[in-house]
Design a binder for this molecule. Structure first.
Ligand SMILES: *Cc1c(COP(=O)(O)O)cnc(C)c1O
Length: 379
């Protein structure tokens, strides 16, 4: 039934027996840098590759500061705590996201409050956000409270889905009217730009991930990026067990975390970041090829939204309904082609099913019909 589509996808990755959704490519200095780290014995959380990695991130994103962490989830967790998210608070995010976004909120003892996404960009909808805040919240003494529960809304975490930037400038403006700090979950969006500015640099903090399936990888890794020096200093402190610098004394002034990225991972990451712009070009080219192929078919390819330059981390198409989606997923998997539905929306998961939410019509519509296509860098 879908032979034509599957054969086409196979033709794009000719040297592979089975085609992964997103495979890392290590054709640069990865082995050299990792070997150098091993030879130096500085494999753990102190070492020159960690600081080099952080400055390369600043260069790639235009952020003033970057703090590297063990993964994206720990970066999100730290960023939320640094924003002042407390036990019992609410944190706005989208339901259509990877579970880490909601988990990080829960780690703070807070609860996610789910708002719908935009149909074109697939990220948090600025218009749905504004309507929700107007109808359901009250501001008092520079804070925003949810009317139904009386709880404070202490942060907003929009996510740039599949690398496509959401309307982040509007979201930041709306949130500032309501005294809500914005943390961008830019885990999928390194190398993406909105109105010529890097994803992750609009809010008070941005969070990146370097997991094995992301556009560049450290094996595992994450980072907080920010332009605020105080936040950067605190972020580093909090993620390094809150130890006061001293030659030999162990004094910690708060409950910190062991979230610092090891040098071994940063070495891999530095070599990967050297290839970031090549990878983005390669993936944008693949997006063009898919776009041409699916033109006029029953598959509608999701293009980068207006005013943006997407890294096209994962290419995706929409089909007309869930049955067709499932038939395509089954056929592709039998043919050795790894395609994927989007994540189950967070409000349908057992642990987040009772969280407060706005109306989510676009989330439900997209969740049933979206398919991610193999999107790795092609050699
Ligand atoms: C990958 C990802 C994360 C978490 O990153 P890890 O490095 O896997 O912890 C968070 N949010 C989104 C949207 C992601 O895609």
């Amino acid at each position: 039934m879908f032979e034509k589509e599957i054969n086409f996808i196979k033709s794009l990755f000719p040297d592979k027996k089975s085609i992964a959704l997103h495979e890392p490519v290590f054709k640069g200095n990865e082995k050299a840098y990792v070997a150098e780290t091993i030879d130096s014995t500085f494999v753990s959380s102190v070492g020159e590759f960690v600081t080099r990695f952080e400055s390369m991130l600043c260069e790639a994103t235009g952020a003033k500061y970057a703090v590297a962490t063990v993964n994206g989830t720990s970066a999100l967790h730290s960023a939320l705590l640094l924003s002042g998210v407390k036990n019992g608070d609410l944190v706005i995010t989208q339901s259509l996201t990877f579970v880490a976004t909601a988990n990080a909120i829960a780690y703070c003892g807070a609860e996610p409050l789910f708002i719908d996404i935009d149909e074109d960009a697939l990220g948090l909808s600025s218009s749905a956000l504004l309507i929700f805040l107007e109808e359901n919240t009250t501001t008092k003494d520079g804070q925003c409270f949810h009317n139904d529960s009386g709880r404070k809304i202490s942060a907003c975490v929009p996510m740039h889905t599949f690398g496509h930037p959401c309307r982040i400038d509007e979201i930041v403006n709306i949130c500032s009217e309501y005294f809500i700090p914005v943390i961008e979950d830019a885990a999928e969006a390194l190398g993406s730009f909105y109105k010529e500015k890097s994803a992750g640099t609009f809010g008070s903090m941005g969070v990146l991930s370097f997991n094995g399936n992301k556009i560049v990888t450290c094996g595992g890794g994450g980072a907080i990026i920010t332009d605020d020096e105080n936040i950067a200093v605190l972020a580093k402190h909090m993620t390094t067990t809150a130890k006061k610098p001293h030659k030999y004394e162990f004094f910690h002034d708060m409950t910190g975390f062991n979230y610092r990225m090891p040098n071994l991972n940063a070495a891999l990451g530095c070599a990967q970041l050297e290839k970031l712009s090549d990878f983005v070009l390669n993936k944008r080219q693949l997006a063009e090829i898919y776009m041409d192929f699916f033109k006029g078919s029953g598959f509608s390819f999701i293009r980068e939204p207006e005013n943006s330059r997407s890294n096209y981390w994962l290419c995706s198409v929409l089909v007309s309904d869930k049955n067709i989606r499932n038939a395509f997923l089954d056929f592709a998997h039998e043919s050795g082609v790894m395609v994927r539905p989007v994540w189950e929306p967070m409000h349908t998961l057992p642990m987040y099913g009772k969280c407060p939410r706005g109306n989510l019509p676009i989330t439900e519509k997209i969740a049933a019909r979206l398919i991610n296509l193999p999107s790795g860098v092609r050699l």
